[in-house]
Design a protein around this ligand. Sequence first.
Ligand code: E4P
Length: 218
Amino acid sequence: MKFFIDTANLEQIREAHDLGILDGVTTNPSLMAKEGIKGYDNIMAHYKAICDIVDGDVSAEVIATDFEGMIKEGDNLADLHPQIVVKVPAIKDGIKAIKYFSKKGIRTNCTLIFSAGQALLAAKAGATYVSPFIGRLDDISFDGIQLIDQIRLIYDNYAFETQILAASVRHTMHVIQCAEVAADIMTGPLSAILGLLKHPLTDSGLAQFLADHKKVNE
Ligand code: E4P
C-alpha cells in the first residue's frame, strides 16, 4: 500500500518525506486555506514547492464546478508540474472533465467519493485515482472501510486500473484497515503515519536494552 500525506503543510510533508516512506501528497482547498495560501500565484507556487519536496504524485484540486471551468483550471495545474494530479469532484461535470483529462493523458483524482456508484462512474471515465472519504462516512455512522472493500470488489471484477486512494483517514487503525481491504493508497495526517510506530513494549524493551548495556559498559 502506498502512503500519501494529506496536508499542504510543507514542514509535515518534509518530515514524512525524510522518513523515506512517502509516496505522494493530497491537498484540498480547506487544507490550502489552513496554511493561509491564497491568490492564484501563491497557490500555484505552493503546489510547486510541494512537488519539489516529494517524488510522487501531488493532488491539486480544481475550484470550478462546471466543465469548462474545470478543464481550464485542470489544464493549468497539469502544465505546472509533471507530478501534479488534477483533483476533480464526483459530480456530473466532474465525470465529463475526468473523461476529457483521461483522453489527454492528464492524471486525475476523483474526490468526495461516498458511494460505490460514484467510484464506478469515475473508473469508467478513466480516473487515475478515486478518493473515498472513510473518516467522513464513519462520522455519520456509515462504515467507511466497507466502502473501500466494495469498490475493491467491483474494480477487481472488471480489472479497472483506477487506484483506490483511501482518503479522510483519521488514525492508525484506519491505516491498518485500509491495508487489510487492499486499498492501493491511503492518505492521512502525519499523526496517523507516525502513530503506527507507537507501542509501549517497544519503548520499555528499548529502555531495558539500553539500561542493561550501560550496566556492563560503564
Ligand atoms: C482527500 O483527499 C481529502 O483531502 C481528505 O482526506 C479529507 O479528509 P478530512 O475528512 O479529514 O477532511
